[in-house]
Design a protein around this ligand. Structure first.
Ligand code: C2O
Ligand code: CU
Ligand code: CU
Length: 462
């Protein structure tokens, strides 16, 4: 690996470089030198108060749930010193980042208990967006995320067309607790455990940045930019804010070409979204961000309360007089179309319950062999009556169509929710980074059951 300048500045709980947003997410910055960012993340057991009146044994990055929000800029050379202080193997996967396979934190590169690993990567121009990080060990990803190992990662661009607009980060997660506060993890062969494996585990306690029903301040007339991460194991959010419209400006891999007005957002697990919220409410008023019912289930295992909307946070308007509305840009950035005439391979993947093309994951098998530099079309067909969010590591793709209906606008994605009995096609270019890359259903229980495969990208032989 190329040598990286090693001006060292460690980040840990003690370093006074963290600031807080209104919702209490700590931002971890460590600016060692122009373009070199070096920091330390430690995964370790901790005891935190997650729910009122209880305390919980958690696994945490740097002692907090969610872990510190990592903020970088395009062009940064990032060195993350990772310490595994868990009693089991783990990794850190940088979900959505286009970085070398050796730093991807896939199950192929476990860090043993007590071990350390340096994740080293450069954030390329055009990568600005909202991402997240989480463990990815073989068959234990769901467990470790559920115990508290997840955090957000933001990459900023120098020429951000929305720079200066106040921002909020909303990291969504859910969990279930026993009386007293411990995480409720049923045995696999219990009825509850079997239901979790079928549907993916959902919790009745809904967190925003590790808090239950927090209050977010806003001033009448202002515009806020919300970056939202769905870090839940299986829950699909359908977000709506009564009396307000959103302008969706981006998704997994950053900004769209132009804003898109929407009244609600369906956000499958591991997807991200960027929204502009215009504060059209009156001074002193309030509004609640809710998740509305979304039917991703087969009828036989659909939860009884699936049809109940749930509150996520309160938007509280200050009493200040409204500010004058700002003009919003009509163009955000170009999203150049991947060239369909360059396609050299078409892949057909069939999702059934727990399986991809009829098989479960084998760490020693390569399922798809791709050439470095190739452009491919992947067709993902879901043949069962439950949604499966399909995720590819390492490469952002562009959805072409869903059930033959052309995608209305271009966007960079790394996960696409393939609805019940739906077929989605996307185009992807393996422009760099040879190696082995996972693709899988991002319902963590399905992933851990082996609903995953391996793409190997190799340089062309001369
Ligand atoms: Cu979010 Cu394979 O991961
Ligand atoms: Cu990933
Ligand atoms: Cu699935």
């Amino acid at each position: 690996m190329a040598s990286t300048p090693r001006l060292r500045r460690l980040l840990s709980f003690a370093v006074p470089l963290a600031s807080s947003t209104a919702l209490g997410v700590a931002f971890a910055h460590a600016r060692a030198a122009p373009h070199v960012v070096e920091l330390t993340l430690t995964a370790a057991p901790a005891r935190l108060s997650l729910v009122p009146g209880g305390s919980t044994d958690v696994l945490a990055y740097n002692g907090q749930v969610p872990g510190p929000t990592l903020e970088f800029r395009e062009g940064d050379h990032v060195v993350i010193h990772f310490h595994n202080n868990l009693s089991e193997p783990t990794t850190i996967h940088w979900h959505g980042l286009h970085i070398p396979a050796t730093s991807d934190g896939s199950p192929l590169n476990p860090v043993p208990p007590g071990g350390t690993y340096d994740y080293v990567f450069t954030l390329l121009p055009g990568s600005a967006g909202t991402y997240w990080y989480h463990p990815h060990p073989d068959r234990r990803t769901g467990y470790q995320i559920t115990k508290g190992l997840y955090g957000a990662l933001i990459i900023r661009a120098d020429d951000d067309p929305l720079a200066g607009i106040p921002e909020q980060l909303l990291v969504l997660a859910d969990n279930r607790f026993l009386p007293g506060g411990e995480v409720d993890l049923p045995l696999h062969d219990s009825p509850r455990g079997e239901l979790d494996e079928e549907n993916g585990r959902e919790g009745d306690v809904l967190f925003v940045n590790g808090r239950i029903m927090p209050t977010l301040p806003i001033r009448s007339g202002e515009v806020q930019r919300w970056r939202i991460v769905n870090a839940a194991a299986a829950r699909v959010y359908r977000l709506a804010l009564a009396g307000h419209e959103f302008l969706q400006v981006g998704t997994d891999g950053g900004l769209f070409e132009r804003p898109v007005p929407v009244t609600e957002i369906v956000l499958a697990n591991s997807e991200r979204v960027e929204l502009l919220v215009r504060a059209t409410g009156a001074p002193g008023s309030r509004a609640v961000l809710r998740t509305l019912p979304y039917d991703r289930y087969v009828p036989q295992t659909r939860p009884a309360d699936w049809n109940t909307p749930r509150d996520l946070l309160t938007l509280q308007y200050s009493n200040d007089a409204p500010v004058a509305p700002i003009a919003l840009p009509e163009r955000l950035r170009p999203v150049p179309a991947l060239d369909t005439t360059q396609v050299t391979a078409r892949r057909f993947l069939v999702l059934s319950q727990g399986l991809i093309n009829g098989r479960t994951m084998d760490m020693h098998r390569v399922d798809v062999r791709g050439r470095l530099g190739a452009t491919e079309i992947w067709q993902i067909e879901n043949v069962v009556g439950m949604d499966h969010p399909f995720h590819l590591h390492g490469f952002q793709f562009q959805v072409l169509d869903r059930d033959g209906v052309r995608e209305p606008f271009r966007a960079w994605k790394d996960v696409v929710n393939v609805r019940k009995h739906q077929t989605v096609r996307f185009i992807v270019r393996f422009d760099d980074y040879p190696g082995k890359w996972m693709y899988h259903c991002h319902i963590l229980d399905h992933e851990d059951q082996g609903m995953m495969g391996i793409l190997e990208v190799t340089p062309t032989r001369r």
